[in-house]
Design a protein around this ligand. Structure first.
Ligand SMILES: N[C@@H](CCC(=O)N[C@@H](CS)C(=O)NCC(=O)O)C(=O)O
Length: 205
């Protein structure tokens, strides 16, 4: 097994969290390099696009969270081997990523500007992507997004829905997901109760 070092902000969310979860659930050893926001000024000098996460694989630095997630999924046995199921898995990850990219600019906004940007998303793009994810989940049996089992797509959506519900995002109502896509909330709660996921978070207590 390669030596893995994953670098990202020190919180249970964001683009690295599905990767951490995939590795942990699959029992794949990795160095969980976490840093605070002040330290990021220094970290960004050493990463290609000034962005994280980055993964070092036997000392070689790799970027792009979804590529890393897919790799982690393959190591962990959480990525479909069937080409079509892999496509469904990737599609879900890209949709979550695209929605996150739309939200991204609002993080550097303040006050009324941030409020206007987020309210526009809550009234516009967000229900569309949440609704699509719910439809996709239900079309695949309602329990998992692909392959009729836990895959990295479930972990990606789990982290996203938990973040939207968390109350940490000003102007995003904590009941948005429950209102527009209740099956996604039920999915999030089910994934949270997966023994390996419970065990992962228990290790931080
Ligand atoms: N396409 C990249 C985007 C990475 C990205 O935007 N990361 C954010 C944190 S989640 C970041 O480092 N932002 C700092 C910046 O762009 O200045 C990926 O998927 O890994």
């Amino acid at each position: 097994m390669p030596q893995l070092k994953l670098s990202y902000f020190d919180f249970h969310g964001g683009r690295a969290e599905p990767i951490r979860l995939a590795l942990a659930v699959g029992g794949i050893a990795f160095e969980d390099h976490r840093f605070g926001f002040p330290e990021f000024t220094e970290v960004r000098k050493s990463v290609p696009f000034g962005q994280v996460p980055v993964l070092h694989v036997d000392g070689v630095q790799v970027t792009q969270s979804d590529a890393i997630l897919r790799y982690a999924g393959k190591l962990a046995g959480l990525y479909p081997t069937d080409a079509y199921q892999a496509l469904l898995c990737d599609e879900v990850a890209y949709v979550v990523e695209e929605a996150g990219v739309k939200l991204g600019p609002s993080f550097s906004m303040k006050g009324d500007e941030q409020k206007a940007a987020r309210v526009a998303l809550v009234d516009g793009h967000m229900p569309v992507y949440l609704g699509w994810l719910q439809k996709q989940l239900l079309a695949n049996g309602g329990e998992y997004f692909a392959d009729k089992r836990l895959t990295v797509a479930d972990l990606k959506v789990f982290v996203d829905v938990r973040g939207l519900n968390s109350g940490r995002l000003d102007h995003i109502p904590t009941d948005l997901v429950e209102k527009v896509a209740p099956a996604l909330n039920a999915h999030m709660q089910r994934i949270a109760q997966t023994p390996a996921v419970l065990q992962y978070y228990a290790s931080f207590k």
